[in-house]
Structures are given as C-alpha cells and as structure tokens.
Design a protein around this ligand. Structure first.
Ligand code: HEM
Length: 464
C-alpha cells in the first residue's frame, strides 16, 4: 500500500488532536501588552486577523508594520523586487553583533560574491558525502541510550548535540572536539538572551543603539569569536587548508571579482552557520518526534518504512530519497513549527501592495509561522496531516505558501544539508525506538530567533 494511504489510514484511526500551539487572540492586544508578548513569545502576540487576511497593517507613529501572507505578494517582495526590499533592521539589530556582514545580512555585490564562493560547499553532492558521519553520530547516541538502559531521553539535548557534531564535522572536520560543548552552550545562551524581539526594533531605533538583551549576549559573542578565530588561524598556517567548509572558504576565490574571504568574514559566516545551522536542524528533529509521539499509529508506519531501508545496510543519498513517508512527516513538522518562524524585509522605497500604500522604511513581516497556518492557504491549518505533502497533493501547494527555508535569492543555502541531516537522524532513531510522551507532558512552542519547545523536549523511549 502506498505510504501516503497508510498514513491517512493511521490518522483516521487515531485521535483528532491539535498539536501544541497558541490559539490566536480575537483582535490585537493593546500596545504595552502587545510589546510584552512580542518580547516573551511573538507567536502568542499575533491576532486571528493575521491568519485570515492577506495583508494586515499595524502602523504607529514610530513604525509601519505589514504582515504579508499572500503568496504572489511574498514573491514580489522576496524575488521580483529585491532592490525595493532589503535586509530588515530588526535582523541587523539581532544578529549583527554576532555575525557582522556575513551572508544573511549582506546585500548587493558583497552578498553575491559570498554566495557564489560558498555555493559549491552546499551542492547536494557535497552535503551527501557527510551522510555516513551523520548516521554514525545518530547511531552513537542511540547506543548510548541503549547501553544506559534509558526509558526517557532529553530529545532537545540529544538532537542538538547530534546536529552539532554533524555540523562540526562538515565545517571543521572536528570529531569529538574539546570546544564543541562550549560552542553549543554559547549559541544557546545567545539565542535565549539576544534572540528576543526587542522594543528597539519596534521603535525603529538604528541598529547601533545598544539593547539590554544584546549587552547581555556580548560576553558570549566574544568567547565564540575567540574559539572560531583560533581555528581559522591554525588552518591559515597549513599548506592545504582541507576540503571541509572552512577549508573551502579559505581557498574560495570569486573568479569574476577576485573576492576572497578575510578572517573576519570567515568567522562571521561560520558563527552564523554554526549557531543557526544546528539549532534549526535540532529543533526540526525534536518537533518531528513530538508529532510522531502524539500520533503513534503514524509513527508505526514510518518506523516500518525506515526499518525496511536501514535493514539493507548503511544509508546513502538514494536511500534517503526513498523515505517518502518520513519526508512527508518532516515537511509537515517544518510547516507547523518552522524553525525560523519569522523573516522580513524593509521597504527601501515607497511601493504599493494589494492596494496598501507601503511607505519607505516600512517593515514587511513575512512569517513562515503565520503563512503556514494561514486559513486561506491551508485546510485545518493547525492540525497534523503529513499527506498534504504526498507527491500527488504537494503540486497544488503554492510555492510561496510553504517557505520554511525562505525563498528567492536569499533562500537558505543549507536547506539540502539540513533536510538530509534531519532525515538521517530520524530514520536511525525511529528504526530503533518507539517514542511516546510522558504522562502529563505538554511541550509548547517558544519563538525566539528559532522556534523550539519552551522546556527541553523529554520523551519516553522503548526499544523496537
Ligand atoms: C531546518 C533547518 C534550517 C531552516 C529551517 C533554515 C531556514 C532559513 C531561512 C528561512 C532563511 C532565509 C532568511 C531570509 O530570507 O531572511 C535561511 C537563510 C540561510 N541559512 Fe538556513 N535554515 C536551516 C538550516 C541551515 C543550515 C544547516 C545552514 C548552514 C550550515 C544554513 C545557512 C543559512 C545561510 C548562510 C542563510 C543566508 C542565505 C543568504 O542570505 O544568501 N541554514 N535559512
């Protein structure tokens, strides 16, 4: 039987549960309350109109803010009119102290040179060669759980550590490196402190005005920088800097312009990829396991699928392609819990969208979280249904209605690597264990820079 049909049957036989998410408020909260919710957990701040209308404005004397969810208008902002809409000041406020002028914040020629130079390292063939080390890292974790006889595991911790090892291998060829845990702690601290929407963003303050949260994060950034600079300077001294991501950056040269990465730019890019790359992948693994724990019958279908592929031996890119059911679950987890819940652009000149005048300087809020739960785009948007992504139904999803990796020229460069990593880790773990929610456990999403469970996700495990 086709796996989409099996999933459909499993869903029909189970309970009709709404996975954890805030219920949108009926109308907007008043300003002080709204700021407070945005700071604490922005997904609790968005009113129901944001999920119903194509464009919603929240204009104030300080700022013009537009929530845009209509797919063709998103295409205009992210693809057709990139000259009119640039990297948002809010992203600059949050990220510049840690990642300088690296790829996500760069624009124009500086962005193009970096993107061209980094592209070869992220081609599918380059990412796929890391499948064996990702698989090994997932197996190591599974063996640790088995040999310790664990019945309950901290999935957030385990997926974070596994994602970090895989990323460190790709970027630095680091195996079990002394600095790995320190880097992980630093990036979690940065996310928790600087990763909140701060009031300065909404008062339209320029990025150089200090914010309390960024001041708290400063020390961590300095330590992060020290560890990365240390690695870069060691590598510079070698005759061949190697073929991992850092090696490729050190050797990269844009043939057209002669552009080369200097140490600072390497550090900034590596810092971003390290922090964003592992947090996002780890969160996706966690959310997929949470959903499968909530829907055990679907989990059984997926466990059978992965077992049939893994029984043939070690995984390769072709095997990952064959895991159609698991891929549907991953796509649905990225829809319900997009790891980067909010993106945006600033209007660089006056424009008009869907009849609304967009004055220069407006913030165009493009939120994968809102778009993925928009009532005009999805049927039962808050409910889990991986079959939305079956090969038959997926062709009817508008390209700009599903954007966990963004869209347009600044689409996530690490998307293929991330999906591969999520698929490999999940297939190894699901082939060995059955995951379930502990009695009374109620995971709940918290949106900071990334969307992760408010408390670390803990699940029961039973060996299959
Ligand atoms: C599930 C995992 C991931 C998700 C959901 C994700 C999501 C995103 C999104 C939405 C953007 C676009 C932001 C915008 O348009 O403003 C982006 C950009 C980016 N991502 Fe990812 N990402 C993931 C994993 C990774 C990984 C593993 C890496 C690298 C190791 C990475 C590196 C980047 C970079 C460098 C950019 C900036 C691209 C540019 O501006 O040209 N991401 N990501």
């Amino acid at each position: 039987m086709d796996v989409a049909v099996q999933i459909e049957k499993a869903l029909a036989e189970g309970d009709d549960i709404r996975p954890a998410a805030p219920v949108p408020t009926n109308g907007w909260a008043r300003m002080p309350q709204l700021f407070l919710s945005m700071y604490r957990n922005p997904i609790e701040a968005w009113a129901d109109v944001a999920y119903e209308e194509w464009i919603v404005d929240r204009c104030s004397p300080f700022l013009n803010l537009f929530f845009v969810s209509e797919p063709d208008s998103i295409a205009k902002i992210l693809v057709d009119k990139t000259g009119a809409y640039g990297v948002s000041r809010s992203a600059q406020r949050l990220l510049k102290p840690a990642i300088g002028e690296s790829l996500p914040l760069a624009e124009g020629t500086r962005w193009r040179q970096q993107r061209r130079a980094l592209a070869p390292a992220f081609r599918p063939a380059s990412s796929d060669k890391y499948i064996p080390s990702i698989e090994q890292s997932a197996r190591d974790t599974a063996y640790q759980w088995m040999s310790a006889g664990l019945h309950q595991v901290n999935v957030s911790e385990a997926s974070g550590a596994t994602a970090l090892v895989a990323l460190a291998q790709t970027m630095f060829s680091w195996g079990d490196h002394r600095s790995l845990n320190e880097l992980r702690a630093a990036s979690t601290f940065y996310r928790n402190s600087a990763g909140q929407i701060d009031i300065g963003t909404f008062l339209n303050l320029p990025p150089w005005i200090p914010s309390f949260s960024r001041m708290r994060a400063k020390r961590v950034v300095e330590r992060f920088e020290f560890l990365l600079f240390d690695e870069v300077s060691c590598r510079r001294k070698m005759t061949d800097p190697g073929s991992d991501l850092l090696g490729l950056m050190l050797k990269a040269r844009d043939a057209e312009s002669g552009f080369e990465f200097d140490d600072e730019l390497i550090r900034d890019n590596v810092a971003f990829m390290f922090a964003a790359g592992h947090e996002t992948t780890a969160a996706s693994i966690g959310w997929a396991l949470y959903l499968l724990a909530l829907f055990p019958k679907v989990q059984n279908v997926i466990a059978e699928e992965v077992a049939s592929v893994l029984n043939r031996g070690s995984l390769d890119a072709g095997d990952v392609e064959q895991l159609k059911g698991l891929r549907m679950v991953v796509d649905e987890a990225l829809r319900l819990y997009p790891p980067l819940p909010h993106t945006g652009r600033d209007a660089r000149r006056d424009d008009k969208i869907l009849g609304h005048v967009i004055p220069r300087g407006s913030v165009m809020f493009i939120s994968p979280y809102i778009i993925h739960r928009h009532r005009r785009l999805w049927e039962r948007p808050d409910y889990f249904d991986p079959t939305r992504f079956s090969s038959e139904k997926k062709q009817h999803i508008h390209k700009f209605a599903y954007i966990p990796f963004g869209a347009g020229p600044k689409i996530c460069i690490g998307a293929h690597f991330a999906i591969t990593q999520i698929m490999v880790v999940l297939s190894v773990w699901l082939s060995k264990f059955q995951f379930s929610l502990p009695e009374g456990s109620k995971p709940y999403p918290l949106a900071q820079i990334t969307m992760h469970p408010r408390e670390p996700l803990v699940l029961n495990i039973r060996q299959r």
